[in-house]
Ligand binder design. Sequence first.
Ligand code: NCD
Length: 348
Amino acid sequence: MNSVIDITDLTVEQINSLIDTAEDIAANPEKYSSACKGKKLAAMFFEPSTRTRLSFEAAMMELGGNVLSVHSSATSSASKGESINDTAKVVSCYADIMAMRHPLEGAPAVAAVSASIPVINAGDGGHCHPTQTLTDLCTIRSEKGRLNGLTVGFCGDLKYGRTVHSLINALARYENIRVVLISPDELKIPDYVKEGPLAGMEYSETDDLVKALPHLDVLYMTRVQQERFADREQYERLKDVYILTPEKLNMAKSDTIVLHPLPRVNEISVGVDKDERACYFKQVKWGKYMRMALILHLLFGNHDGADILEGAVPVDGVCKNPRCITHTEQELPLYVKKGRCVWCDEEI
Ligand code: NCD
């Protein structure tokens, strides 16, 4: 499979080399300006996006390629009931590579199985977001000079925050990483992350941001994911649970960096922006260069990722995760690998 659906579809060596390429692109953009001449990226966004879609589009344009875009389910054949399987086959006839964001967990994986072009997961429900992780890793390496020996605090909505799940999954493969999970009880990290990547890592859980701050090299703030709450009242109760202010940031080390995948709602007060430890706008810039590096890798680098269905067994019924793609996709079997749904990772 030449797609990137999960961050583990890339080896650590490949990730490190993508960061090298992103840095080279940033330093020598003209060297890459016609690398994708004659190639087309299909940006298939079935869920709102500003940064991710625009950064994919800007990335392809700066590589000299062209872009075809779907901006919402409402303006595509998804609104007529077209399956992901059919959409993926159709788009494969028009484009050379596809980036897909979808509210249902596992949709880009289903597309990758049907498409004949590389598929990049640009965020599937509350599940994962591997290109944000590449962006985060690139920013951390550029600011801290390393991806090993770091204490990384994740704060906010660790339950639905897909960027958190993917970044932990990536950091699990680096050396001496300690993770501090900062969230209220209701927004704790899902079991599949705990039993998966976190099981082999040193980690602790707390609900106290101020107490955790002095120990962190990286603070990864997240937005409470309003759109994924079934219970509106619960969202209202939790939405302002953490707000990073300049006063709180005074508790952190002088070289701690603050990241956020953005959009920010009000979990970081604007006053923090002028602190040199606030790196979330630098992170946006790296997002474009990392996506350029990834497009080059998938189109020209002989990427050979794992086959999604290898070793998976089809079982009757649909996944018990209500946000899983098995609930809407016609005739899509629920495949199980190592006791989990292959599309969304839910325990079966
Ligand atoms: C994130 C996402 O879409 O998961 N945003 C992004 O891609 N930069 C984070 C979020 O929406 O909170």
